[in-house]
Design a protein around this ligand. Structure first.
Ligand code: T3D
Length: 260
């Protein structure tokens, strides 16, 4: 499968998707959204692909909507693009039934920042930064920014990020709990790759259920969420990986999860 705007490679159960417009800091185009969707379709259809690693080519991760090309159509309402491309992509990443590691290799701005934050585990190189660039051009955070930011870092920091639209260094992003970890730049791909490889050998179904449970908790009270946990744990408990996990524990050996 060949693409114009992304690279797609599969190794040892990990599908690596690289946003690949480095001359534009991987700014998002309509084609890129469609190709990202096709790459995820391919992963979803292959039970042997059990984790996704998302990153960017060149010195940036993603500079948000392409302000010069087909990313913003001057004749169309912006909400059309959000409804047809951005929002389905954010929902897909958040509900995708494989763990998604994002390796943020440089600046992540605008919707590029929020696509990164929609992934499950975000690791950034020390030189990377996270910028809600929208207000610089008279827009508001989209691609889930107004949903995730206050939940991740609290209202005060979310408002500062959204209104001041300054780049937040990766190290501070990790301190604030916006991302999982900040690592040295030259260690980024090895560390993120190792995380994805580990997840690709893990209990895939349980990971999908963890994603569901965490997402549900954002809207639920304790009692409802306990109900969600009971239902999803019931499902996890019927998986072959649960049986294997318990057997491996009792036999004092590493578990060999099959992702079922
Ligand atoms: O419905 C809709 O479609 C609306 C949806 C909107 C969602 C959004 O994401 S809105 C936010 C859009 N993004 C931005 O406003 C960020 C724009 N970029 C920047 O502010 C800066 O590039 C960065 C702070 C991200 C990085 O700065 P720097 O100095 O490291 O790089 P640079 O020199 O500005 O960029 C390098 C090249 O990439 C440059 O091209 P050139 O001059 O070398 O030919 C630059 O024009 C290009 N580039 C960077 N960002 C974009 C871009 N080209 C098109 N679109 C971009 N977003």
């Amino acid at each position: 499968m060949s693409f114009q705007t992304i690279l797609f490679a599969c190794t040892d159960g990990v599908a690596t998707i690289t946003l690949n417009r480095p001359e534009r800091l991987n700014a998002l185009t309509n084609t890129m959204f469609r190709e990202l969707g096709k790459a995820l379709d391919r992963v979803a259809a292959d039970p042997g692909l059990r984790a996704v690693l998302l990153t960017g080519a060149g010195r940036g991760f993603c500079a948000g909507a392409d302000l010069a090309g087909d990313g913003i159509d001057a004749d169309a309402d912006l909400d059309d693009a959000l409804v047809t491309l951005y929002n389905p992509t954010v929902l897909r990443l958040q509900t995708f039934e494989r763990p998604i590691v994002c390796a943020v290799n440089g600046v992540a701005a605008g919707a590029g920042c929020n696509l990164a934050l929609a992934c499950d585990i975000v690791v950034a190189g020390r030189a990377a930064s996270f910028m809600q660039a929208f207000a610089r051009i008279g827009l508001i955070p989209d691609a889930g920014g107004t949903f995730l930011l206050p939940r991740l870092v609290g209202r005060a920091r979310a408002m500062g990020l959204a209104m001041l639209a300054e780049g937040l260094p990766a190290e501070t992003a990790a301190e604030w709990g916006l991302i999982w970890r900040c690592v040295e730049d030259d260690a980024l791909m090895a560390e993120a790759g190792a995380l994805a490889a580990k997840l690709a050998k893990g209990p895939t179904r349980a990971y999908a259920l963890i994603k569901q449970a965490m997402a549900a908790s954002l809207d639920n009270g304790l009692e409802e969420q306990l109900g969600v946990e009971a239902r999803l744990q019931g499902e996890a408990g019927r998986s072959a990986d649960y049986a294997e996990g318990v057997a491996a524990f009792l036999e004092k050996r590493p578990a060999r999860f099959q992702g079922r």
